[in-house]
Structure formats: C-alpha cells, structure tokens
Design a protein around this ligand. Structure first.
Ligand SMILES: NC(=O)c1ccc[n+]([C@@H]2O[C@H](COP(=O)([O-])OP(=O)(O)OC[C@H]3O[C@@H](n4cnc5c(N)ncnc54)[C@H](O)[C@@H]3O)[C@@H](O)[C@H]2O)c1
Length: 403
C-alpha cells in the first residue's frame, strides 16, 4: 500500500496503526504529500523506511503498490483516486469520496474504465452502536422505516477545529455538509438500504468567521490570547508540532488558525431534508458551536422507534440504543459488541480488521463500502450545498450525476 496525504489521518490511522497491527499482511511501500517536510516527518512518526515523494506518479511508478490510500484534503481526493486507477491500482479513499458532482462523475467513469476497485473507509459504520441499529433494522424490529431524525452536535472544541483549518473553505471541503455529514448520510443510506432522491437544505454562518469583534491569523501570534475562549496552544501537542508547525515554511498551513477569520465561507449550522426512493425521509441537522458533543438519532417505523443517543458534556451524558415498540414497552438494547480500544471508540480498529484481515470473509451487516456508497453520501452533501446556494430549492440527485 502507498499513502498520499500524510497529515494526521494518513500518518496515524493508515500509517502507525497499520504498521503496529497489520504488518504481517500489508506493507507500506511509499508516502507522498505536497509538503516535502511533512512527508518526511510522517515517515519518522510512522517509523518506516519507505521512500517519500512529492510527485504522486513517481511514487506509483517506483514503488508499484497494489493499493493506494488517499488521505489528502477532500477536494483533492478525486484527482488521486482517478490517477491511481489509471496507473493500475486499487484505491481506498477517506471520506468524502469527492466534493462536487463533476469529480463524482469523473470517478464513476474512471472506475468503470479501469476494472479496479474503490473502497471508501467509512469508519462510522463500525461504531458498535451504529452496527446494533443496522442489526435491529435488518431484523425488522420496528417494521418499515418511515422517517429518520439525525442531529449532529459538535462542540466548541471539536466543532471549532474545522474552522481553524482547511475545512473552513468550501473549495477545500465542499462545506461540512460534505466533509463531515457524508459520514452521517452514509449511515442513513446504509441503514435504510435505499437511494436518496432529492435534497432540500438551509445553512448559515452565525457563530464563527466574521461573527466576532476581534480576530487574528493564528493563535500563536494573536494579541487577544487572554480574552479569546478559542485560544489553543498548538505547541503543547508534540505530534502537531512535528507534523504541522515544523512544516509551515512549505505551505503556510497553520494548524492553530483563527476561528474568526473573515475568509471562512462554510456553514456552522445546517438543516437538511432528504427524500429516499422507498418514501422514507431524513431530517438532519448539524450545529458546530455547542456546549456539548454527540449525536441524537431516532428511527421511526411502522411498529416502533429506535433511539441511538450518544451525547453529553458539562456533567451529563446520554449513551444508549433504545428500542420502543408501538403499543409495547421501551427497553435499552444491551447486547452490543464489547467496546474496543482505538480511534473513534474502536470503530477504526473494526474497519481496519475488515479491510486487512476480512476482505474475503462474510459481511452480514454489509459494512463494506464501495464507490456507490461513497458517491451517494457525498452527493447528498453536494446537493445540500447547491440547495442552500439556490435559496433552498430542492435538488435532485439524478440531475447531478449518472450513477
Ligand atoms: N474517517 C474519519 O474518521 C476521518 C478522520 C479524520 C480525517 N479524515 C479524512 O482524512 C483526510 C485527511 O484529513 P486530516 O485530518 O489528516 O488532514 P490534515 O490536514 O492533517 O492532512 C491532509 C494532508 O493532505 C496534504 N495535501 C493537501 N493537498 C494535497 C495535494 N494536492 N496533494 C497531496 N497532498 C496534499 C496536506 O499537506 C496534509 O499533509 C480528509 O479527507 C478527512 O476527511 C477522516
């Protein structure tokens, strides 16, 4: 495997963790990043001798990987996915698959032409609570699903982080409707086992960006350090120093960028309604400046409701999968998989196992995600962005690409 994009995700989840857990089945043969210092820093952090490159084609030609892992910033996934396919490699891509419909169509066409395979690494499916929801739905615990309520709460730490970095610009992330919500749209597509048809959305920037009286470029040089609740000291995190601070001279990427910069053009509050082929509706919201973090999800069926809640902070928490049958009783579902160690509550480890050890094995929950899943989850976010930009007009997925 070769990795392109050696920031946090490439370096840790698909670098260090793969070396520690899967060296008997996979070898990392090359590392590539646009930042020549960061790719060398990553090589050291991962602890391997694989050669480093800033030229992607050169890496593929010299190292001949079977698979390319794409962990660059979102808007650049498409170019590497397509080029890797053209050069005869299978591809694994971090979410989102792509950030606009032209990229999506180009990837669909390229995969067809190449005969190679794309995997999209949706770790959110691997959360033990989300898996349980899928199992309940497959067992028809609440009958046919009529609607889904999905509320994403991002707090003043995790939420704010998207406004510090490259995600803050639509041209990099496609907005958080693509970057972040593609995880959530994928979960709903997977749970419902149906195809999204049309999308209507509202979104605004009401907290970060221009909505403050003071601002700077980044925290280290900020004259408002004392009064800003969002001040972060990036130098306290050794890994961030090695991956980002020490590499700033190459590309000016400040890991501690100011959340009040006036160039921020993504939304910090979003509401989306998605209509599915099977008639179900999704009501989705995401807010990124909240006092606590988590998700509140409810799935409403003909014969009951599933609540999947994991949120809290400031001294309270709610974490349970609850099944309430219509005209029956409500119970907490107890037989969840045991919790695992590792990133994202063990979800990363479950995903890595499936990819590196279980690729030929059974998959009763349908956890494997390919091109179609990657495309549809991105397309809901892309359609939502178009809808907002067109005064909340409804956008049909079929008008964006030919699947
Ligand atoms: N599934 C998850 O839970 C999860 C979590 C974190 C990140 N991610 C995904 O991983 C990807 C990387 O995120 P990150 O947090 O590691 O970001 P990051 O900023 O730490 O790393 C991105 C890297 O891409 C490099 N890059 C930018 N443009 C490039 C180009 N044109 N060519 C080659 N390299 C380029 C940057 O130099 C940087 O090293 C994103 O797509 C993100 O959505 C997924």
């Amino acid at each position: 495997m070769a990795i392109v994009g050696t920031g946090n995700r490439g370096c840790l989840t698909w670098g260090q963790e793969v070396v520690v857990g899967y060296s008997d089945v996979v070898e990392i043969v090359g590392l590539c990043d646009i930042n020549r210092k960061r790719v060398v820093a990553a090589q050291k952090l991962i602890g391997i001798n694989a050669p480093t490159f800033v030229d992607f084609d050169r890496m593929i030609k010299e190292t001949r990987p079977d698979t390319v892992m794409v962990t660059t910033i979102d808007a650049t996934h498409a170019r590497y996915i397509i080029r890797a396919l053209e050069l005869g490699c299978d591809v694994m891509s971090e979410k989102p698959l792509c950030t606009d419909e032209q990229q999506c169509q180009a990837i669909l066409d390229a995969e067809k032409k190449s005969g190679k395979k794309i995997t999209v690494t949706f770790n959110a499916r691997h959360d033990r609570m989300e898996k349980k929801v899928k199992e309940l739905l497959l067992g028809k615990a609440i009958g046919d699903v009529i609607s889904v309520d999905f509320h994403e709460y991002l707090d003043t730490s995790h939420g704010a982080d998207y406004f510090r970095r490259w995600h803050r610009l639509k041209e990099n992330s496609g907005t958080l409707l693509v970057h972040k919500a593609s995880h959530h749209f994928d979960l709903v597509n997977w749970w419902l086992n149906s195809t999204p048809v049309e999308v209507t959305a509202f979104g605004d920037l009401k907290f970060y960006g221009r909505n403050n009286s003071f601002r700077s470029t980044h925290c280290r040089v900020c004259p408002f350090k004392q009064q800003c609740k969002f001040y972060m000291d990036v130098t306290k995190n050794e890994q961030y120093v090695r991956l980002y601070v020490d590499c700033e001279s190459e590309d000016g990427y400040m890991r501690d960028g100011c959340v009040w910069r006036e160039d921020i053009n993504i939304y910090d509050n979003m509401s989306v309604v998605v209509k599915y082929e099977n008639g179900a509706h999704l009501n989705y919201t995401a807010n990124t400046y909240l006092p606590y973090e988590g998700q509140a999800i409810s799935i409403n069926g003909h014969q009951g409701r599933i609540d999947c809640n994991e949120f809290g902070g400031g001294g309270f928490s709610n974490k349970e999968v609850r099944l309430t049958r219509s005209f029956g009783k409500s119970e907490v579902v107890k037989d969840l998989e045991p919790e695992r160690v590792g990133g994202h509550g063990g979800a990363d480890a479950s995903l890595q196992d499936l990819i590196f050890r279980g690729s030929q094995g059974p998959d009763p929950l349908g956890l494997r995600a390919g091109l179609r899943d990657g495309a549809l989850s991105s397309l809901i976010g892309i359609a939502a962005r178009h809808s907002i930009e067109r005064g909340s007009q409804t956008v049909k997925i079929n008008d964006l690409v030919k699947l």
